[in-house]
Design a protein. Structure first.
Length: 123
């Protein structure tokens, strides 16, 4: 990857010579606040607590454990429970949007997902 140096915002040219600039998401001021202090971070849409909250099982997270809540979410997804499916769809959309932005910016050929989102996609 070759970096371009001039007075414009940072940009990079990838192996296919596509030039992209990193920019903040538009309209971030009206998005949910994050623990980092910013607004519109993907974790507020696709992080474990956001997904479990949208699925209606946050209490399991707080009363038992993250692992118990994730297991329950996977069980609900296997049963095609509408609220769980909607929560996972929203998380996948947020994550997909971020992945598309990053792959365009960095000229990445392949993305490998792990964790709960990947596991839920395999079921």
């Amino acid at each position: 990857m070759k970096y371009l140096s001039d007075t414009r915002p940072p940009a990079a040219t990838g192996t296919r010579s596509r030039r992209r600039r990193a920019r903040p998401p538009p309209g971030s001021h009206d998005r949910p606040g994050c623990v980092c202090g910013a607004r519109g971070c993907r974790v507020t849409f696709a992080g474990p607590e956001a997904v479990l909250d949208s699925a209606g099982i946050t209490s399991l997270l707080h009363d038992e454990s993250l692992q118990a809540a994730q297991s329950e979410l996977l069980a609900l997804l296997r049963q095609s429970e509408p609220q769980a499916l909607s929560a996972m769809d929203a998380a996948a959309t947020a994550l997909g949007t971020a992945i598309l932005s990053i792959t365009a910016l960095l000229d990445i050929d392949e993305v490998v997902l792990g964790g709960l989102l990947a596991e839920s996609a395999c079921r």
